[in-house]
Design a binder for this molecule. Sequence first.
Ligand SMILES: [Zn+2]
Length: 296
Amino acid sequence: MARTIGVTTAEDIATGLVEGHELVGKLRIYEQGAEDEPLLSLPPEGIAQRFANEIQAVGAGQTVDAIGVGLPGIINCGFIEDSPNLRQLKGVHMQDLLRAALRDSGITAPVYVYNDADVLAAGLAATHGHLDRFIRVWTLGHGIGFGVYPRREGVWEGGHVVVSLDPRERYCGCGGVGHLEGIMGQRAMRLRFLDMEPDEVFENAQKRDQRCVEFVKLWHRALAAATANSIHLAGPGKFFISGFNAKHLDLNLLHQYLQEMVKMSPLQSYVFDVVPSSDINGVIGAAVSAGQNAVA
Ligand SMILES: [Zn+2]
């Protein structure tokens, strides 16, 4: 059975050894020491070196068939076309950098770099027995991620689909107007409500604060709109929802809005599955994807 290593960077750097579709042993989480530079301020070579150190620690004494790494951004064959949350990686061939760093550490297994939402989709497909069908995942965190499995040609930046024509909707991290992330992203919510944290906005909506009630409706309507757009382009099916802000979801409200938006009967067989936010699925997905690439 193939032994692979997966790495994700959702909250911290999480690295794990995977056999088949299962994690072997415990996840290794990079502990940011007081002296360490945060990932955000490291140059690309420094980021590659930190990954290589983590991979070496997990792979010590093991024969590994392939290594997969999930990173935020538009990633094409290991080249990072853009990465709004790790801006220094824009235009960097991360896969080549990482291969060089690993070679210096004596690791020659093939390494692949993927979009982090796509590896989460692959991990959810692998752990839910869905490797034979098309699945999508929304991640509701600092930004809004959208991953698909199996990977299809295209860009798939679903967090940046336009869900509002209001020119005042300009809170998206990428600078675009009317984007899903500009309504649902943590950073965007902070910019919109300068006087309260996102969690307080949802709490105050429960207490019927009108401004918060209206926003929570908009927040759900935005996800329904983005999902409806995806259904109208790629068909119905399974949508996983993950990320730390998934706890604020009211699935009944989401269903109600989506039913108003999707009316053609062949498109109505969609299912939502809210899954806990954990690094394990991303790590498994990165590892499984790398294993598939190495065989192909
Ligand atoms: Zn955007």
